[in-house]
Design a protein around this ligand. Structure first.
Ligand code: FAD
Length: 474
């Protein structure tokens, strides 16, 4: 008997439900597979950094599987449609009896899996697992059996279901008995741009687990005080690992419970605050399954499609380059461009700036983020953008418009974060850092830093008018 484990965005051996199930019978032959689909990735705007992160984790996975007597096969084809055809033939050639995989919840991915199951239905038994979430989509619903549209009641229902569910982490499978030595072939780099990822994010499950452990042990208590301060390393920075499944949310939950056993009772504590973010992650994934239109560039709130967005390519470019003349926005965008990661508070600020100050279509921002983020994740990214743009369910109301100057003053008071990323402002004193041109004028200094691309007070009025007009047209 041959079991095939098809890895996708679950690049780990610990607490991997599909792998665990495939290995349960020690007698069967287990093989593993990863299929790269560069054309599909291009369509999904995957960041070259994330492609590199996947490639490096694939190498790590290949080694850990080999130690357990499981060979990793690797194939590259253009897109999902081609991968289905190829996989059908592969199953035949390898005489696969059962296929094991963990579900992905995005629209194209679900269609691919349905097509595959159909294509192999006569000879292969398929086992699909809910693995990348604490609770499967569709399992947390209102009294009418519908998905919640508002977060807080979702969380309430979610947490009460969570306490009833089995969220134990599974161990990595033991080495296969009778498996011969597995030869490790060099994995060809993907035919996709691969970008350097620096050394902020170490490679491997072990590194991710270590980071999780030390965050839960040493930092989570202070999460609520620190999570909004970009100059402080106060959040877990685990998102790149969660996005490609090097770490599972169950591992996060269980580690949190081990370090903070009263997490569910002490709802005003840092541990609960962090759990709350993991639940936001679940909320957005549940939403894309309930409303597949979210995977198709459509807003949740339909009337928002009537907003007349500005066509302003130069301002869009200034935003991308971190040259808007608003220090907190520019520092944030430069952090993103240089590292592929951005602090959550800053993601909210730059999203609001693009949509509510520049009145540029949120889809431009969503796309640009995807093309840069190491933690790019359709559900979380779309959720974050639709929240900031006021086009999503339970989003910021459209009349809530961040003032980029006061946001900077609140969350990066002394400008430590700004100075780390915008060296042109090195000489500007702390109290003037958020309005550097005012300071420069007063002191007759010349700054090599752009003037604000837009006047916030005027932009605010224009945006309110544009949203109101759109609402009236609906
Ligand atoms: P922590 O604060 O330590 O949180 C722990 C984990 O919870 C994160 O790793 C992440 O998996 C999850 N999480 C935290 N906040 C959110 C949230 N608001 N929504 C969903 N999940 C959350 N997150 C992504 O993983 N990928 C994205 O592509 C992405 N795009 C975003 C775009 C915008 C416009 C906004 C406002 C937010 C986006 N987020 C995205 C959510 C959030 O900003 C990041 O998850 C977070 O900053 C990652 O840092 P961390 O791991 O230190 O988070």
């Amino acid at each position: 008997t041959t079991h095939l484990v098809w890895f996708r965005n679950d690049l780990r051996i610990t607490d991997n439900r599909a792998l665990h199930a495939a290995c349960e019978d020690p007698q069967v032959r287990v093989i593993a597979l990863f299929i790269a689909t560069p054309e599909q990735w291009k369509q999904h705007e995957m960041a070259p950094r994330q492609a590199m992160f996947i490639y490096q984790h694939l190498q790590a996975l290949q080694h850990s599987l080999a130690e357990r007597g499981i060979g990793l096969h690797y194939h590259q084809c253009d897109d999902f449609a081609e991968s289905v055809d190829w996989l059908r033939d592969f199953c035949k050639a390898e005489k696969v009896d059962a296929l094991f995989y963990n579900k992905q919840y995005e629209f194209n991915e679900r269609q691919r899996d349905a097509a595959l199951e159909n294509a192999v239905s006569e000879s292969v038994i398929c086992h699909a697992f809910d693995d990348s979430l604490l609770l499967p989509p569709g399992s947390v619903t209102t009294g009418n059996n519908e998905m919640y549209k508002v977060y807080t009641p979702f969380r309430r229902a979610f947490l009460s279901r969570l306490t009833e569910s089995d969220s134990r982490s599974l161990p990595a499978p033991p080495a296969r008995e009778n498996a011969g030595k597995v030869v490790i072939h060099r994995l060809m780099p993907f035919d996709y741009p691969l970008a350097d990822i620096g050394d902020d994010f170490a490679i491997g499950e072990e590194a991710a687990r270590h980071q999780l452990r030390s965050f839960c042990r040493e930092q989570v208590q202070d999460y609520l005080e620190q999570r909004d301060l970009p100059a402080v390393d106060g959040t877990s920075s685990l998102s790149p690992y969660l996005a490609i499944g090097v770490l599972s949310p169950r591992q996060c939950l269980n580690r949190l419970r081990t370090e903070c056993p009263d997490v569910l009772e002490k709802t005003d504590g840092g541990a609960f605050g962090w759990l709350n973010e993991l639940v936001w992650r679940e909320f957005y994934r549940h939403l894309i399954v309930a409303w597949p239109k979210l995977c198709k560039h459509q807003p949740f709130v339909e009337w928002t499609d009537n907003v007349r967005w500005r066509h302003a390519p130069e301002e869009l470019q200034a935003w991308k380059d971190g040259k808007t003349g608003y220090p907190i926005v520019d520092a944030a965008m430069r952090q993103l461009n240089a590292t592929g990661w951005m602090h959550n508070r800053l993601r909210m600020i730059v999203a609001s700036f693009l949509v509510k100050d520049l009145l540029i279509n949120w889809r431009e921002g969503e796309r640009y983020f995807m093309s840069q983020l190491l933690d790019g994740d359709l559900a979380a990214n779309n959720g974050g953008w639709q929240w900031g743009a006021s086009t999503g369910t339970d989003a910021a109301p459209y009349f809530r418009i961040f003032n980029p100057t006061t946001q900077g003053e609140r969350f990066d008071k002394a400008g430590r974060f700004i100075k780390a990323w915008v060296p042109e402002l090195a000489d500007v004193p702390e109290r003037d850092i958020h309005q550097p041109h005012r300071w420069a004028e007063k002191h007759h200094r010349v700054l090599d830093y752009p003037q604000p691309v837009i006047d916030h007070a005027r932009a605010r009025k224009d945006t309110l008018a544009a949203f109101e007009a759109a609402k009236n047209r609906s």
